[in-house]
Design a protein around this ligand. Structure first.
Ligand code: FES
Length: 107
């Protein structure tokens, strides 16, 4: 099972493992990772699953759709080149060790 680490704004690191094929937003919510809200359930209409991807991982993720890019314009915290909406990232074996940072706020 691949492992993913969510680093909180405080620096606390939360590592979770989950089955391949799961949405990273759902994995975070089910594991009670603070700061990942996922209000719309993954319908790409809330932007409350914003994460900053550790730079070495940015290029390893599947490219963004135009819809995800548009939703990143309405995140509560200013997006960066490393921003993604984690409901749009599906866990694969290749993502074992993925490191993500949770924003200070999602609303
Ligand atoms: S959960 Fe709503 S946009 Fe990701």
């Amino acid at each position: 099972m691949p492992e993913v680490t969510f680093t909180q704004p405080s620096g606390e690191r939360i590592t979770v493992s989950a089955d391949v094929g799961r949405s990273l937003m759902k994995v975070a919510v089910e594991n009670l990772v603070p700061g990942i809200v996922g209000e719309c359930g993954g319908d790409l209409s809330c932007a409350t699953c914003h994460v900053f991807v550790d730079v070495p991982w940015v290029a390893k993720l599947p490219p963004m759709t135009a819809e995800e890019e548009q939703m990143l314009d309405v995140t509560a915290e200013e997006p960066t080149a490393a921003s993604r909406l984690c409901c749009q990232i599906t866990l694969t074996e290749d993502l074992d060790g993925l490191s993500l940072h949770v924003p200070e706020t999602q609303r």
